[in-house]
Design a binder for this molecule. Sequence first.
Ligand code: PGA
Length: 251
Amino acid sequence: MRIKVIAGNWKMNNDPNETRDLISKLLAGLKNLNSTCEVVICPPYTSLSEASSMIKDSKIRLGAQNIHEEENGAFTGEVSAKMLLNTGCEYVIIGHSERRTIYKESDALINKKIKRALKNNLKPIFCVGELLEEREKNITEQVIKSQVLKGLQDFSLNDLKDLIIAYEPVWAIGTGKTATPQQAEEVHLFIRTLLADNLSSEFAENLSILYGGSVKPDNSKELLSQKNIDGALVGGACLNADSFISIIKSA
Ligand code: PGA
């Protein structure tokens, strides 16, 4: 059975005070919600502790936005998987396009980060997505295939049971331009088929694949009703409690 996941990627927003404010509103708005969908928030590192203590008796789960690929050591400025786990994180976003483009994270590095996360019992939300020029050149499937297979290189099926994939076309992130439900569904089906062919059809069938890229209350229902779209990774719209709640309710 695939789980439905709505995850909010706060990016570099919300200090501990703002975190308290946003989470209070989320807790109030979600109090009576009877949904099987997994709600995850991914605040910046400095707000994780605050978030963790506020949500501990709720259905909201905690995630981080990045991890370091090594267990520990002399890596100034970095945060390890174990630190995240012990701060209450269950999830971690890996390979977000902003990390790939701004911080030049390679597929090989992303592969190491996924390994480190899984080894420490953190559930990776592994992001893939094509650039606008790649879509225009009709090489979307080629790009996605390469990102998925390189990111998941050398894993056994057993290792990957907690994996979640997020398809986020880069041209749709923070631009207000969403992929149409059909465009998104096509790529989601492509990813599922790719993993069925390369790993196992049972694994592929049970894998949750989220869509990300300008998901908003007015487009979430249609996107989430597609057969192969199992949730959303939400950026901008998760910073406002009302809009994040309304996306959760549409799932
Ligand atoms: P957006 O961001 O919803 O603001 O487009 C999505 C993401 O970057 O995960």
